[in-house]
Design a protein around this ligand. Structure first.
Ligand SMILES: N[C@@H](CCC(=O)N[C@@H](CS)C(=O)NCC(=O)O)C(=O)O
Length: 219
């Protein structure tokens, strides 16, 4: 099996999701940093791999796959163990619901290009950008808390790690970065603590990557 290369950025939550999938599956990969602050995601070469200009992109067997959810589904199909979805079709649908709340609703509201647009076209300063992000992120967190009150055990769905956890933990870190008080969501806090205690999660953490600036390492 040819090795994999992940084009990603330490602080990006979508990159963190994919690093988690690779880590939980016990897979090695080459880490290629794409510095979002230097707009490397919009370079001509990168846009050939990922036309939307976002990280991550996976390179496997000479072929590129953009979009974190597509990459994670692919990894889960090629390397089925441990499974990232429950056996039951209904529960699989509900895991995907959680992933979609995060991927389609929450993530775009705090994304760099969204906030940059608000700054450049509507004069938003840092405080207004944080207020914007917190408004939408809290709506997402309220929704996730309701869903996961029904399904969680140690983790989002019972006591086994699923795709839902790999989306949730990075998004919670983003929420904290935007000063959202996650302690209002006890089910999410419990899952966060339990996941963070696992070595697979520690390995994929944004502050432990090769492109993590010194100021963030060991924090
Ligand atoms: N839906 C895409 C989103 C990719 C994306 O936008 N990632 C962010 C980082 S978390 C990014 O690259 N932002 C760069 C920008 O907004 O210019 C995915 O899940 O991979």
């Amino acid at each position: 099996m040819a090795s994999m290369t992940l084009y990603n950025y330490f602080r990006s939550s979508t990159s963190y999701r994919v690093r988690l999938a690779l880590s939980v599956k016990g897979l090695d990969y080459e880490y290629k940093p794409v510095n979002l602050l230097k707009s490397e995601q919009r370079s001509e070469d990168y846009l050939k791999m990922n036309p939307l200009g976002g990280v991550p992109t996976l390179l496997h067997n000479g072929r590129y796959i953009p979009e974190s959810f597509a990459i994670m589904e692919y990894i889960n199909e090629i390397f089925p163990e441990p499974a990232l979805f429950p056996q039951d079709a209904y529960l699989r649908a509900r895991v995907r619901q959680v992933c979609e709340v995060i991927n389609s609703f929450m993530h775009p509201m705090g994304n760099l290009k969204t906030l940059k647009y608000l700054e450049e076209h509507h004069g938003y300063d840092l405080a207004k950008k944080e207020e914007w992000a917190a408004h939408w992120l809290n709506q997402g967190l309220e929704t996730l808390e309701k869903i996961l009150q029904e399904f969680s055990g140690k983790y989002s769905f019972g006591d086994a790690i699923t795709m839902a956890d790999l989306f949730l933990i990075p998004q919670l870190l983003t929420c904290q970065r935007y000063k959202v008080d996650i302690s209002k969501y006890p089910t999410l806090v419990k899952i966060n603590e339990n996941c963070k205690a696992l070595p697979e999660f520690a390995k994929a953490h944004p502050f432990k990557q090769i492109d993590t600036p010194a100021e963030f390492k060991n924090t």
